[in-house]
Design a binder for this molecule. Structure first.
Ligand code: ATP
Length: 199
């Protein structure tokens, strides 16, 4: 599995549609300060489902939408599509090439798609989590983040390892199932109370 290409449109400084193509192996992004190198990494995290504005170096989520320059008005939406080569079947989907897309509108609405079909954020997160690319984005190590990993306590370190090993998805599912079970138990108690009252 490797990243094949990424297209940004209206994302941060990339107002016009811009496609980056990646070959297997190491890709270096070079450019002067402020030219948008980190914005490329932000786009990668964002399209894979990143939900934290701070992780995207912004104050609020809408900050990812092109805010305009002296010569160009702001845009109303940001869109990023990431195409992944899946010939080795690392992603649990029956396609040799997978494109995930995310669109955000200035009014706050968001859309996600896998190979052009609308889906939920959860579908993208689950698709990627088996490959070790997960919701917590530990595959993207930002500036200064290495220190954080080295200084992490045992609990945090365990979370990093679980994420990389694909265990986190099952932990989240278990938490969700337990929450449902709690709600069901509360309903059951309520029904028992009502039946007792009616007798
Ligand atoms: P450095 O080498 O200094 O780390 P960089 O190449 O990584 O720089 P980025 O941080 O990716 O640069 O890009 C910063 C630029 O992106 C700034 O000029 C900033 O104004 C622009 N930018 C960020 N968000 C937006 C937005 N929503 N709309 C328009 N431009 C934006």
């Amino acid at each position: 599995m490797h990243l094949k290409s990424m297209t940004l449109r209206g994302f941060k400084s990339f107002a016009s549609a811009t496609t980056l193509r990646f070959e297997p192996g190491i890709t270096c992004v070079v450019g002067p300060n402020g030219s948008g190198k980190s914005n490329v990494v932000d786009a990668l995290a964002w399209v894979m489902g990143e939900q934290g504005a701070k992780s995207l170096r912004g104050g609020k989520m809408e900050d990812v939408i092109f805010a305009g320059t002296s010569g160009r008005p702001p845009l109303g939406r940001a869109e990023v599509s990431l195409t992944i080569d899946n010939t080795d079947g690392a992603l649990p989907i029956d396609y040799t090439e997978v494109t995930i897309s995310r669109i955000m509108f200035r009014n706050g609405g968001s859309e996600y798609a896998i190979n052009g079909s609308a889906c939920r954020l959860l579908d993208i997160q689950e698709l990627l989590s088996d490959s070790g690319i997960g919701r917590e984005m530990h595959v993207i190590v930002g500036q200064g983040q290495l220190d954080a990993v080295l200084q992490a306590g045992p609990e945090e370190r365990r979370a990093f390892i679980e994420e990389a090993a694909g265990v986190l998805k099952h932990r989240k599912r278990k938490e969700k199932a337990l929450r449902k079970l709690d709600a069901m138990q509360a309903n059951l108690t309520r029904i028992t109370d009502l039946t007792t009252e009616l007798r």
